[in-house]
Design a binder for this molecule. Structure first.
Ligand code: HEM
Length: 409
């Protein structure tokens, strides 16, 4: 195997322990500087016994812009890969993230129509309601865990509302999301399966029949009526509902939790955040948190034929893991990339990916954090660290599991 970088110098990117102390940015910097890509061996969920670690910004943009050559269907996000081309043997066949054009384009069109920036702007009042409810509850607490009380709660309620889950069932669906997340933390595949099957039954027996009787503007109504018109299949509609729960929850939870950890741990970042919001408005500050944190550390693609990319010969069926977390600190694109600087003027980061699969929920994720910052400022809601933050256990998400805090005002 041709590889640009000696494997022994680079930690095992398949081992959650590698990410336990933090994102291995030094190792990624070495990989970025070395011509070609680094080959990470693994027998799990790969056709050719490993994957290429792609770390440079320009290479990732090139790969993501060419789905004919670098497909999502066999490998949207390792190790959730779809190695069988036979839909019957492919549990992820109907998952949007694992589709390629033209099928991807038609399912995405249905979903995107309900998610564009202009539509998401109208979500402001009800997202604010959720945020205010969360803040009012913790206003009574002197000490609490910011992850459990804030970072997990806001995105799970927001996704439930986007799905159109009635208020009476919302806590139940949120509990399922949290249970699935908990099971994923401990890699308990059976427990994840049980939760998914419970929520699937709920969609099929309760939510979907209700939306067929009484359609509204929520995602379930949009999807199920598109399925009735034959624009997408029923299986694609159900899998999209499931995907929303995973994609909209854990990433946004990470953004909300890690941004607060950074503010509380570093007076310099706290000062830049508050001054940045005043001088630039919240959006630029949030973009910089997204670049710096990069909640989803990578996505995957599979080469559909032998080719050369980024100076690296790649074989048909080779998996490529596109490390957004490394590309977002590529000095070829970002000056002083390790510095948190909301005033930077460079291009948008790859926190939401690029190309045809670029995150459909990006405007919503940013709206959630903007409203949270606004409502905390309105209430002069100040916190201090009250114990050691605890990271998660994932090679995929830059997770934070616990952030003990105490009220200062
Ligand atoms: C900070 C929060 C978020 C981050 C960092 C994030 C990141 C990403 C990334 C990296 C991708 C893959 C892009 C690619 O392959 O190039 C993606 C796709 C996706 N995201 Fe997000 N996401 C976030 C929030 C959300 C929210 C709130 C929702 C919806 C409620 C959402 C729904 C989706 C969906 C449906 C896709 C699949 C799009 C496709 O395959 O065409 N995401 N996201």
């Amino acid at each position: 195997m041709t590889t640009g970088v000696e494997t022994t110098q680079i930690p095992d990117l398949t081992d959650p322990q590698t990410f336990a102390p933090g994102v291995p940015h030094e190792a990624f910097a070495r990989l970025r500087e070395t011509p070609g890509f680094h080959w990470q061996p693994t027998e799990i969920a790969t056709a050719n016994g490993g994957f290429w670690a792609v770390t440079r910004f320009a290479d990732i943009v090139e790969i993501e812009s060419n789905p004919a050559l670098f497909a999502s269907q066999p490998g949207g996000a390792w190790p959730s890969t779809n190695l069988s081309p036979d839909p019957a043997e492919n549990p992820l066949y109907n998952n949007l993230m694992m589709m390629d054009p033209p099928r991807h384009s038609s399912v995405r069109r249905v979903a995107a129509a309900a998610f564009g920036p202009r539509i998401v702007k109208n979500f402001d009042p009800w997202v604010r309601e959720i945020v205010v409810e969360v803040l009012e509850r913790i206003e009574r607490l002197d000490e609490f865990d910011y992850i459990l009380e804030v970072a997990q709660i806001i995105p799970s309620f927001v996704v439930a509302r986007v799905q159109g889950v009635p208020a009476a069932d919302r806590q139940w669906i949120v509990d399922q999301t949290l249970a699935a997340f908990e099971a994923m933390q401990t890699a308990d595949v059976n427990a994840v399966g049980e939760v998914l099957s419970r929520t699937f039954t709920y969609y099929r027996e309760k939510l979907v029949p209700e939306k067929l009787r009484n359609p509204q503007s929520d995602m379930t109504s949009v999807l199920i009526h598109a399925a009735e018109r034959g624009e997408i299949t029923e299986a694609e509609a159900y899998d999209f509902l499931n995907l929303l729960q995973a994609a909209g929850f854990e990433t946004t939870h990470t953004l909300i939790g890690q941004s607060m950890r950074m503010i509380l741990e570093s007076p310099e970042i706290a000062e830049k955040t508050f001054r940045g919001i005043q001088e630039l408005g919240p959006d630029k500050v949030i973009d910089e948190f997204l670049r710096y944190i990069t909640p989803a550390m990578f996505m995957s693609r599979t080469a559909t034929q032998d080719t050369v990319v980024g100076g690296q010969p790649v074989r048909k069926n080779d998996l490529l893991n596109l490390y957004f977390t490394a590309a977002n600190r590529d000095p070829a694109v970002f000056a002083n990339p390790d510095e948190f600087d909301p005033w930077r003027t460079e291009t948008a980061s790859l926190a939401f990916g690029s190309g045809p699969h670029r995150c459909i929920g990006n405007a919503l994720a940013k709206l959630e954090l903007r409203i949270l910052f606004e409502e905390m400022a309105k209430r002069d809601f100040r916190l201090r660290l009250n114990g050691a933050p605890q990271r998660g256990w994932s090679t995929f998400i830059n997770q934070i599991r616990s952030l003990p805090v105490a009220r200062v005002s």
